[in-house]
Design a protein around this ligand. Structure first.
Ligand SMILES: [Zn+2]
Ligand SMILES: [Zn+2]
Length: 340
């Protein structure tokens, strides 16, 4: 079948213990019009990959290759490409394609596109030696970030940034962050650089220590009350019951944004304790390309640092399992891709 490559694919979604990810050999993808092919150098491991592997999110395609925080080198371009040149380093994010014509795309809400395509869910992603991206959805990456540092910015970073904006946090506001993994620790750095006072609620004591070392004003248990009322809060942990203490911690008029693509069920709310006084509960769905460009520019300006745990890409299943069990702080990134 011509040139081949090695990749990981989701065979049968199920608990990590059942081995849902398998190594496969594939034909090296050939770019169609407007697509560029990327030789992968690093790929971040996102919680969404875990949800896909375990079936929390339904599979959209059999044997899809996960991975949507992809850093690599353009090694082949399809017809009509003009944004990137051969050899240029680019990033491939979650948002692979939008229709451009639906009512949401037409009104600057392409994150809500009625027929979107996502990397590593609808189309093959970056747990592979090569992947494809439509050039209009790829990002040029700031030079100051290494491949491994840049990878988590492409989903964890961008989604955390959109979640922060969805809280409508006022200048100098008090922000609560529930759960403190890859996305949260990047988002916290943006909020702190913008003058927010940040309170972190997480079970892991090492995550609490990371939060304090980054400049958080306080860190406490996952459902503990922060030391002051919050103007805004973000729920990163995919744990529905945490919506209640997060809403209860909001000051009058405060906003809670739920950052994840998946959340376990939310228990019944009490109107007085959780919503009255004009508190707002919002979700965060994907992102626009504008969010991505804005975040990458801010990340470069404030010299954001990602706490990274590298894994050989041949150990992608181990990385996902460690993510499931909270065995590292910050973000896991697959490296060491060797073209076959
Ligand atoms: Zn659309
Ligand atoms: Zn992601």
């Amino acid at each position: 079948m011509g040139e081949t490559m090695q990749a990981w694919a989701v065979r049968e979604p199920g608990p990590m213990e059942s081995g849902p990810l398998v190594r496969v050999e594939r034909a090296r993808p050939v770019p169609a019009a407007k697509q560029v092919r990327i030789r992968v150098l690093a790929c971040g491991v996102c919680r969404t990959d875990l949800h896909l592997a375990e079936g929390d999110l339904p599979a959209r395609r059999p044997l899809v290759v996960p991975g949507h925080e992809v850093v690599g080198i353009v090694d082949e371009v399809g017809d009509g490409c003009e944004r990137f040149t051969l050899g240029q380093r680019v990033g491939v994010p979650w948002l692979a394609r939008t229709c451009g014509t639906c009512r949401f795309c037409s009104h600057a809400h392409e994150n809500l596109c009625a027929t979107p395509t996502f990397t590593g869910w609808d189309v093959d992603g970056g747990y592979a030696e090569y992947t494809l991206v439509n050039e209009d959805y790829a990002y040029a990456l700031p030079d100051r970030f290494s491949d491994v540092q840049a990878a988590p910015l492409l989903c964890a970073g961008i989604i955390g940034f959109r979640a922060l904006r969805r809280t409508a946090l006022p200048a100098g506001g008090r922000l609560g962050i529930y759960g403190f993994g890859g996305s949260a620790h990047l988002c916290a750095q943006v909020a702190l650089a913008e003058g927010a006072s940040v309170h972190v609620m997480t079970r892991s004591t090492s995550a609490q220590e990371l939060a304090l070392s980054l400049g958080a004003a306080s860190a406490q248990g996952e459902s503990a009350a922060p030391p002051e009322p919050l103007d805004g809060a973000i729920l990163f942990a995919p744990v529905g019951p945490l919506v209640l203490p997060a809403l209860a911690a909001l000051d009058r008029g405060g906003t809670l944004a739920i950052a994840g693509i998946y959340l376990s069920d939310i228990p019944a709310l009490n109107y007085d304790r959780h919503l009255f006084q004009e508190r707002t509960l919002r979700s965060v769905t994907a992102n626009t390309r504008e969010d991505g460009e804005e975040f990458l520019a801010i990340a470069a300006r404030i010299a954001i640092t990602c706490t990274v745990t590298p894994y050989a890409w041949s150990a992608a299943d181990v990385a996902l399992n460690d993510l499931k069990h909270g065995r590292f702080e910050g973000a896991a990134v697959l490296t060491g891709f060797e073209p076959s």
